[in-house]
Design a protein around this ligand. Structure first.
Ligand code: F6P
Length: 355
């Protein structure tokens, strides 16, 4: 078969490991040939591609980013975008397409599938919020990066008697904040799923300091929301990408000001941003990404199109793209309640404003 591959949306560590696994199994076991479409769906809209063979994927396993590059191009927002994608696939005689991406990229894959394109999806996002799969690759690496940063922030917070607010990624789901916050021993964890009361956050910090602690660590997802003011996230600028997402960011600075105002404790903000997305994938993500890639090429050969490789109960399985994109996998109440056991006065649950 002749198979196309593309990577779309925000990059994440492990993309190259997926590409490598798809190509290696395709060449070694199925005698496939591959074309890499460049910069996500833009490569199909504008017919930009590169040859993908064993040489092209050699040495890329530990590399962050993606050798195919990526973009947030949405063909539905371009004149004849979807038709141009189909024309490019025809021009290259593509028998099957592997689209590696998050819900935006896979929603385009579903649209193409509805137009008879033979496409298989692979779930990717550091936010870990794609439906139907237990984990997306890139998430583990992001959590490790955030955890290391929190550890470092801890020692400087301790040295200066400060409150430190660490902002991590997570637009709609607080998985990175939750995991890195637990792993880093944060005192307050704020997630988008539960708008928080800033007075309660400040009070919990004040009480902690009264108990003899003289520093505190707050971990906030970029999409965490102040309950007052209707629960809208803090936005960096009003521009939106082609999938309609605003640029989030800035909650750490706002929160640091509010905490300092309410407690009188010196407070600083640290924004981790794209550091969480860059660099080499963790061993866990390399293995997970490889398993996804091997699963995806098998799905192509089994003719399981319109489907996505998914991890369920530690097994790679196949679910419909429709199911995967139907709902974000956000942090559920059960998880929040478990984590709440760690906090004496105001835990994730109360800091996050639930009953
Ligand atoms: O891919 C998801 C994500 O990492 C979000 O956590 C974040 O809001 C967004 O991407 C940032 O996107 P960009 O790279 O376009 O700034």
């Amino acid at each position: 078969m002749k198979i196309g591959i593309l990577t779309g949306g925000g990059d994440c560590p492990g993309l190259n490991a997926v590409i490598r696994a798809v190509v290696r199994k395709g060449v070694f076991h199925y005698r496939d040939a591959f074309v890499g479409f460049l910069e996500g769906w833009r490569g199909l809209v504008e017919n930009q591609s590169m040859p993908l063979d064993l040489d092209a994927v050699s040495g890329i396993l530990p590399r962050g980013g993606t050798i195919l590059r990526t973009s947030r191009t949405n063909p539905s927002k371009r004149p004849d975008g979807i038709d141009r994608c189909i024309a490019t696939l025809k021009a290259h005689n593509i028998d099957g397409l592997v689209a590696i991406g998050g819900d935006d990229t896979l929603s385009v894959a579903q649209k193409l599938y509805e137009k008879s394109v033979k496409v298989v999806g692979v779930p990717k996002t550091i936010d870990n919020d794609l439906g139907g799969t237990d984990y997306t690759f890139g998430f583990d690496t992001a959590c490790n990066v955030a955890c290391e940063a929190i550890d470092r922030v801890h020692t400087t917070a301790e040295a200066h008697n400060r409150v430190m607010v660490v902002e991590v990624m997570g637009r709609d789901a607080g998985w990175i904040a939750l995991y890195s916050g637990i792993a880093g021993g944060a005192d307050v964890i704020l997630i988008p799923e539960r708008p928080f009361d800033v007075d309660k956050v400040a009070e919990s910090i004040r009480q902690r300091h009264e108990r003899g602690r003289y520093f505190s660590i707050v971990v906030a997802a970029e999409g965490a929301k102040f309950a007052e003011g209707g629960g809208a996230p803090v936005i960096q600028d009003m521009g939106k990408d082609e999938f309609g997402h605003a640029k989030l960011g800035g909650i750490a600075n706002v929160l640091a000001r509010e905490i300092e105002k309410r407690t009188g404790f010196e407070t600083r903000a640290v924004v981790l941003g794209h550091i969480q997305r860059g660099g080499t994938p963790s061993a866990f993500d390399r293995v997970l990404a490889t398993r996804y890639g091997l699963g995806a090429i098998d799905m192509v050969h089994r003719g399981e199109f319109g489907c996505m490789a998914a991890l369920r109960s530690n097994k790679i399985t196949s679910i419909s793209l429709k199911e995967a994109i139907s709902k974000n996998r956000t942090v559920d109440n059960e998880m929040i309640q478990i984590v709440d056991g760690l906090f004496e006065e105001i835990g994730v649950k109360e800091a996050a404003g639930s009953k």
